[in-house]
Each structure stands twice: as structure tokens, then as C-alpha cells.
Write a protein that binds this ligand. Structure first.
Ligand code: DX5
Ligand code: ZN
Length: 216
């Protein structure tokens, strides 16, 4: 199983001060920064785009974990590669040739991720597991930070972890939405190794201790 990683989400930072949000993540010792990109179409909210990612890039060595919540993620892979993404995740439910988009991300030299919404049958991800370096099981319906964890997502996690073992694959299993120390432990028990956390991270009184506990 891959090592445990915590990926604080910039979505929960002050959007008037993204640079400050990045500094807070760096100071916590977390190795990854999760970047939620929303188009107002695939999800009912708009966040920020490639220019923000490009402008943050020279400020930090954090690993940029880019999560595209876009109806046409295939049209934006190049833009986020150029902006400095270290990995890119796309949704299986979006309108694109999923296998071709995963191939395009890898062809650009980055690890490719495949995301599933909480109500998505994990069987839809199975044909693509060999093309994925990460599978993201959403633990809320994407679009907004601060929502409550959906426990039924644990079933998808268990299924995907089972497939990972059965086929001896090395993809990361990431969770995103309503993740705090308690829900992270439940996800870890179901096979997750990569933990996105927005609200709980930015509200934590001691972010360094929180980040350490998340990846323990
Ligand atoms: C939801 C986003 C999440 C979000 C998680 O659409 O994909 O990454 O930032 O935030 P919290 O931890 O607040 O649920
Ligand atoms: Zn996300």
C-alpha cells in the first residue's frame, strides 16, 4: 500500500489570500496541496483556474494535486500541465473519453487520477484502473467545502482497495470531502492512503499536529 499522505485543500483557505493559504499548508509540514478546480457546470460552483495555479507555482515546492471538477476535463489538461500541476485527477462521470484523458495526463509526464462521486458505481472505474496512478473516492458530492462525510462512500473504497490488491496495482486511494481525524480513520480502515482535508485543516488549532495525525 502507498505511504499515507495528507493533502490540505486550498478551497477552504481565504480566496483573497491564496498565497497565505499556501504558506499555512507549508508550515504544517503537509507534503501536498489539493487544488479544486470547478467550472459551474459539472458542479454547481466556480472556484479558480489555471492562472491561480501558475501564480502559486513559484511560491512553493508543495506537490500540486489538481482535482478537475469540469464537464470537459480533456480540454484543460494542457493548461494545468503548463500551470505546474504535479498530478491531475479527472472524473469518470464527466463528458470525455476517460481512458484517452488519463493517457494524455501520463503522456505529459504526470501521474493520472480518476475520481468518482459518492453515488457512482465503482464498477465504472474498473476498466481504467491500469491507467490510473490515483483513484479519488469523493466522500461528499463535489462543489462545496464544509459538507458532511457520506459513510456509504466507504463501500466504494473497500471495493477499489479489493481490486487494487487482487490485481496487484499501485494506485493511491484518495478521499475528499468531510475528512477530519475521525472520518480519516474510517477511510484508512477501508483502504484509503491519501487524505484531502479542507475545513478541518484550516480550522485546526494546531495544523502541524493535525497534519501529522492525519498521515500517521
Ligand atoms: C469538494 C472538494 C473538496 C473540498 C473538501 O468539492 O473537492 O476538496 O475542498 O473540503 P472539506 O474538507 O471542507 O470537505
Ligand atoms: Zn477535491
Amino acid at each position: 500500500m502507498p505511504s499515507r499522505v495528507v493533502a490540505p485543500s486550498l478551497l477552504a483557505a481565504d480566496h483573497g489570500d491564496f498565497a497565505g493559504g499556501v504558506r499555512a499548508v507549508e508550515e504544517s509540514g503537509a507534503p501536498w496541496l489539493h487544488l479544486d478546480i470547478m467550472d459551474g457546470h459539472f458542479v454547481p460552483n466556480i472556484s479558480f483556474g489555471p492562472q491561480v495555479v501558475a501564480d502559486l507555482r513559484p511560491r512553493t515546492k508543495l506537490h500540486f494535486d489538481v482535482h478537475l471538477m469540469l464537464s470537459r476535463p480533456d480540454r484543460f489538461v494542457d493548461a494545468f500541465v503548463k500551470a505546474g500541476a504535479d498530478r491531475i485527477t479527472v472524473h469518470v462521470e464527466a463528458q470525455h473519453d476517460v481512458g484517452a484523458t488519463l493517457d494524455a495526463i501520463r503522456a505529459a509526464g504526470l501521474p493520472a487520477g480518476l475520481a468518482l462521486n459518492p453515488d457512482c458505481d465503482p464498477a465504472r472505474a474498473l476498466p481504467f484502473l491500469e491507467k490510473a496512478d490515483l483513484v479519488l473516492c469523493m466522500t461528499v458530492f463535489p462543489g462545496f467545502g464544509g459538507q458532511s462525510f457520506i459513510p456509504s462512500a466507504l463501500d466504494s473504497l473497500r471495493t477499489l482497495d479489493g481490486e487494487r490488491r487482487r490485481k496487484n496495482l499501485g494506485f493511491r486511494l484518495e478521499v475528499d470531502g468531510g475528512i477530519n481525524l475521525e472520518t480519516a480513520a474510517r477511510c484508512r480502515d477501508a483502504g484509503a492512503d491519501t487524505f484531502v482535508t479542507g475545513t478541518a485543516f484550516f480550522k485546526a488549532p494546531d495544523r502541524r499536529a493535525f497534519a501529522r495525525a492525519m498521515s500517521a
